[in-house]
Every structure is written in C-alpha cells, then in structure tokens.
Design a protein around this ligand. Structure first.
Ligand code: MLT
Length: 270
C-alpha cells in the first residue's frame, strides 16, 4: 500500500464533492497555498504531494511512470475516504490527472487541467529530460532545475513581482534530487492521453495563462477541442504557474468546475 503525503486545507460536508489538487514539477502541494482558501463553497480541499516530492516518499520503482504516480494518488485518496472527487492538476499534476482518468475513471467526477498538455514529449524534449535527470542524480542537487523558478513564470510576473520567483525557487530548493529526477523520467515516458479526453463526458475545465510558454494556449486549445463539453479559461498576464500568479482566477474557475460537477453528481444519484 502506497501512501503519499496529503495536505488537507479544509474539510466540508460529505455530500459535496471534494477538490483534489495535484501540483506542478519540480514543486509540491504548497504551490496551492493561495488558491485553496479561495475556492468558493463549503467543500473539502486537499492536495497530494506526488511521489518523491514534498513530504511524499519515492515509489522506489526502477522504471519511473506517471501511471504508478496516479495509482499511488488513487490509493492515498481511498485511504483518506475519497472515492470520488473533482481532480485538478497543474502541468505535471495535469499529466497525473489524465493518468488517473485513464486508470481510475470512477474517481474523477470533474476534471481540471491547468497549464498542461495531453500530448507526449517529442524526441528532443524527452532527451533533454533524461539529460537533466542524469545531472540531478550525479550532482545530488537540484541545481539543474533551479532556473525553472523564473522560467515558469510569465513575463508580467517576472517584471512586476520578482518575489514570486523567490517563492518558487525556495520550493524547488526543498525538493529531493532523486524525486525530481524520478519525475523527469516519468514525464519523459508519458503517452498521448488525448484519446482519454475524447472519452470523458463529465464536467471539465481547461485553464491556461496567456503568457504560458511551457504549455501554451495552443496546448490548452488542443485539449479543449478533444473534450465533449469543453470549458476553456485563459488567464491574462499569467505564465505557467497560474495558481501562484493569479490564485483568485484559478480558485474561481475551480469553484465553477466543482459546482458543475456537484450538479451532475446529484442528477446521477436521482
Ligand atoms: C511542470 O510545471 O509541471 C512542468 O513544466 C511539466 C513539464 O516539465 O512538462
């Protein structure tokens, strides 16, 4: 039984769907600190540290795979009594949310994909990830990914709020190099999950910062086009880390998604 670290921001009534937040790379659940308290409505909001990051131990698997991360999230949620939830992932968290949808369909009552993509890496991106993973492992430090602290933020945030890069940098600096390397290798191995999106008829949210370079608006539009009931939100003046750069907009969009999922859930129960 795999148990990941869970950060419970607040607890709501059992008949209202909980929101599960999955973080980006190379960060941990604390990236949701500003969003979680702002999610409207009385509902449980929790975040899970993905394997090897934040307070979660690594999975110790020799072939890193996001499928194993998704299974570990599902087992962890089951252990805390969450069998059905609104699952929201940002970037790497989105890749894991898609793997959850693929492998644990019954868990996903609503799907939020933030600053992420459903397509796999091309050869150059995959090779770059494996190079960085090897560097992390040989150096035993996270130095190879420290530049992401500024690279992930949008130009507006970088210019007007340099303190955000310090905050992201501090989170990166607290991660275990082995966990960061495992995540890179797992992301390099991920398949195209666009077909999974095509099969999903439930409530969804695709959200992207209009200054996101890592997973740009075109990637969000690709996902929205695959969904049967797309709901696309473009956040102005934000880059890849919308949850940190514009927590109000992200919380509002998650609240709206959760509200739609609640309605569908009640309808299904009759
Ligand atoms: C993230 O923010 O999780 C990363 O940009 C994901 C990735 O490297 O593809």
């Amino acid at each position: 039984m795999t148990s990941l670290n869970v950060l419970t921001y607040r607890t709501g009534p059992r008949d209202v769907l909980p929101v599960v937040l999955l973080h980006a790379f190379p960060l941990d659940s604390r990236m949701w600190d500003d969003v979680a308290p702002l999610v409207p409505g009385a509902r449980t909001v929790l975040a899970v540290d993905l394997p090897g990051l934040g307070g979660s131990a690594g999975l110790g698997t020799s072939s890193p795979a996001l499928e194993d991360a998704a299974d570990a999230v599902a087992e962890t949620l089951a252990a805390v009594g969450v069998e059905r939830a609104v699952v929201v992932g940002l970037s790497m968290g989105g890749y894991v949310a898609l793997a959850l949808l693929d492998r644990h369909r019954g868990l996903v009552a609503g799907l939020g994909l933030l600053d992420t993509r459903s397509t796999p890496d091309d050869d150059a991106a995959r090779a770059n990830r494996l190079r960085i993973a090897a560097e992390l492992e040989s150096s035993g430090t996270v130095d190879a990914v420290r530049p992401m602290a500024t690279a992930l933020l949008g130009e507006t945030s970088r210019t007007l709020r340099p303190e955000l890069a310090d905050r992201v940098g501090a989170l990166i600096g607290q991660q275990a190099p082995a966990g960061v390397a495992w995540s890179q290798r797992a992301m390099a191995a991920r398949p195209d999950r666009t077909p999974v999106l095509r099969r999903f008829a439930g409530p969804s949210l695709v959200l992207v910062g209009d200054e996101d370079v890592a997973a740009p608006v075109a990637a969000a539009e690709h996902m929205a086009a695959a969904l049967r009931a797309p709901h696309l939100v473009v956040v102005p003046h934000a880059g890849h880390l919308t949850a940190i750069e514009d927590p109000d907009a992200v919380a509002e969009a998650i609240g709206d998604l959760a509200g739609r999922a609640d309605i569908d859930e009640r309808r299904a129960r009759g």
